[in-house]
Design a protein around this ligand. Structure first.
Ligand SMILES: [Zn+2]
Ligand SMILES: [Zn+2]
Length: 142
């Protein structure tokens, strides 16, 4: 497969047991359907360390391709901008056909970091109290 952004050949990358396709030129990552969800549940530092240890530091991006990118797996299918969000939005490029997701440099960190921030913001005790309060509202009790 080739990078939808710059046309470089994508290399197979094994990150935390998940097989991804990585562009060495722009540091982008291709995730097949469902792979992003698995990565998202991993800790940010583990993902970053695994990538850095295996592939080294990223190189600067020479320039962006104008217009819609094409899916590296489907070929002619377009990648459409797609908001992937927990609290603050991260825009990723998603294939309209196979639902694979292209992550530009930094977008994976943003998505995983967002999840981590949310986990830390909601303490178990507070979440339980919130759910009990919601339950009371729903059932009508005081
Ligand atoms: Zn690239
Ligand atoms: Zn596709």
């Amino acid at each position: 497969m080739n990078c939808p952004r710059d046309g470089s050949v994508l290399a197979q990358a094994h990150v935390l047991g998940i097989e991804l396709d990585k562009c060495h030129a722009c540091d982008g990552l291709w995730c097949d359907r469902g792979e992003l969800e698995r990565l998202r549940d991993a800790k940010l530092t583990e993902v970053e360390e695994a990538i850095e240890r295996k592939y080294g530091s990223p190189k600067p991006l020479p320039g962006e391709v104008a217009g819609h990118m094409r899916c590296p797996r489907c070929g002619d299918a377009r990648l459409l901008s797609y908001r992937y969000t927990y609290v603050s939005p991260v825009t990723v490029d998603r294939c309209e056909r196979c639902h694979g997701i292209w992550l530009d440099k930094g977008e994976l960190s943003a998505i995983v970091g967002e999840k981590k921030a949310l986990d830390q913001a909601v303490e178990p005790g507070r979440l339980a109290a919130f759910l009990r309060a919601m339950g009371r509202l729903v059932s009508g009790d005081k």
